[in-house]
Design a protein around this ligand. Sequence first.
Ligand code: NAD
Length: 352
Amino acid sequence: MKTFIYNVLPSRVIFGNGTLAQIVQEITNLGCSKALILTTPRQSTKGEQLKELLGDMAVDVYTNATMHTPTNVTDDAVGIVQKLGADVVIALGGGSTIGLAKAIALRTDLPQIAIPTTYAGSEATPIIGQTENSLKTTLKTLKVLPEVIIYDVSLTMTLPTRTTITSGLNAIAHAVEALYSKEANPITDTLAGQGISSIAKALPILVNDSQNLDARSEALYGAWVCGTCLSTVGMGLHHKLCHTLGGTFNMPHAETHTVILPHSMAYNAPYAQEAMAKVANSLGVSNAAQGIFDLSKSLGAPSTLKELGMKEEDLEKAADIASKSPYPNPAPLEKEGLLQLLRNAYGGVRPN
Ligand code: NAD
């Protein structure tokens, strides 16, 4: 077996159906008693319900979490944390809400409880992406790793079908890039295979039956496992491209991952054959990039950057940004190749 390094992260994970009921105990275990609940506007009712459950332990609900963690929203939320004297932040929602909790923790050192309701996986990582002046930068620090994650399958039942699909494919992207990461190791390899299979098995069921509890559990478990891959090894071209498209062109996170993934895989495939064979094996197909493209299509996921609102004339700028700052990736990063990748994604061409 090859030599490897694996960082075990200090996080407490509670997984199940109805687990939200344990939250008062979890706040108490942290030695806290004044929780600020965070949500997006769309999940404000859920936030209010949580506030009711917490009673005196909740200081308020802040409902303005925003995708790509703009720093002006963080400024506002930190002001409220200070004004109300909150001693813990609770993120109830997807990666956007969890991103806000992380940004608050980064500035205040407050503990966090994450209650993920999508499959993005941010709750499992010590990574924060923040956007200022249209540029998204990431930072890796244990300061932003949530102390507690409560996975409650019942909270994912309301996830709309389109978000279920794109968020699931976003999770698969973490696992795919983990398999060809420079820091790949036997543990993340195993987790990645399991995460890809779990999500690829659950999504076709959820498309037709969004309330299927077993498939919802399988998908949420897969999301945690894929998030763990993202947290422990470095990502490559795919995440870099999606990050550029999100931060600079304000493209929607999970949808962009969904559209780009088969194309970034095809770009890397000749240089990552072993990893691609593992992905193909987990999907039960012969070609990994085509397998992801076909799965995505069969689920009715968006397949072109065009339909996500990307302007064709911006593809060049995106290729430029993504090829400029160097980062580890199996295939060499050449602007012309990246531009072709983006053009394929723009038009939704099936990978060869
Ligand atoms: P999101 O959090 O923006 O959620 C999308 C929409 O779905 C929101 O309006 C939200 O309120 C709603 N929603 C979420 N769960 C729901 C549910 N169960 N029922 C009904 N509606 C629900 O989207 P996302 O894709 O989860 O997160 C994207 C953000 O997360 C991006 O900013 C991305 O950069 C970040 N992210 C960070 C990491 C990391 O490790 N730092 C990892 C993954 C994603």
